[in-house]
Design a protein around this ligand. Structure first.
Ligand code: FE2
Length: 275
């Protein structure tokens, strides 16, 4: 993976602050892109995808592989790369989380899918509520695996809209396309108004999309409870914390009444957390 200089990191942080998104070009070498694509294609199964409960109508032409954190540690390792942490940590780490050192993530993974979009997707926010101000609580990290072109569509954004404090206005014209190439890494503040163009050619447009949140936001998937024992055993303490194992709400007040924990709280096995 491409290392980012201090100046690069500063620029990406500035882009996120002001525009609400940023793109790291040529972040992944092409052999890593090819390896990620192979894994996604091997994992993708039309039939399983069609059976997913509650899948909205507008997503019917999307191809999705859900819960990448449960499929292959390769996907978790992508999130632990220095450049990813360098961009996300200043935005999502809680500075008052005293149970972990300040230079390691206390933010967590909320949702992690591979997606190849089909239909146009209207402008929306992924933060559920809009809120103006410097502080965000949720971001998307997108590892682009296929070029996004006019033919297969791309993400569109309204730069700066994350600071509007407003839900999206879908009649808005002149949306800005984010032309990304295979190997790019794109981040956006989830308050940003964004959507996707239609994949007219219905050609693959795979990207890995990780939703990362501050430690106190309820995860979209119950990642600690759902993680396989095999993957859990392969993770570093830092990665276990990223999956949410250091911020599981206590089920009663006996023994613990604090949701924030350090690495000393980590248990030998997934089942030990939920007895
Ligand atoms: Fe979105």
């Amino acid at each position: 993976m491409r290392e980012l200089s201090k100046e690069d990191l500063e620029q990406h942080r500035l882009n996120l602050d002001i525009y609400g998104y940023t793109r790291v070009p040529n972040y992944m070498p092409q052999d890593v892109v090819a390896s990620a694509l192979k894994r996604v294609n091997d994992l993708y199964d039309d039939n399983t995808d069609a059976l997913v409960e509650g899948r909205p109508e507008r997503d019917q032409l999307d191809r999705v592989v859900y819960n990448l954190q449960n499929k292959d540690k390769f996907f978790i390792d992508l999130l632990s790369e220095t450049a990813v942490k360098g961009i996300v940590l200043p935005k999502l780490n809680d500075p008052y989380y005293r149970f972990l050192p300040a230079d390691v993530p206390n933010y967590i993974l909320s949702y992690y899918n591979a997606r190849s979009s089909g239909l146009e997707l209207d402008l929306h926010i992924d933060s559920y509520i809009p809120s103006p101000g410097d502080h965000t609580w949720v971001m998307q990290a997108v590892f682009v695996l296929n070029d996004m072109t006019e033919e297969n569509g791309c993400t569109v954004v309204v730069p700066g809209s994350h600071l509007s404090g407003r839900y999206t206005e879908r009649k808005l014209q002149d949306l800005k396309p984010v032309h990304a190439k295979a190997g790019d890494l794109v981040f956006w503040d989830s308050r940003l108004w964004h959507g996707t163009q239609a994949n007219k050619a219905m050609k693959p447009r795979w990207a890995l999309i990780a939703t990362l949140t501050q430690w106190w936001v309820k995860q979209t998937m119950d990642i600690p409870r759902g993680l396989t024992e095999e993957i859990y055993q392969s993770l570093s303490d830092e990665q276990k914390a990223l999956m949410g194992f250091c911020s599981i709400p206590p089920s009663d007040e006996v023994g613990r009444n604090n949701t924030k924990c350090g690495y000393d709280f980590l248990k030998p096995s997934v089942k030990d957390y939920f007895q």
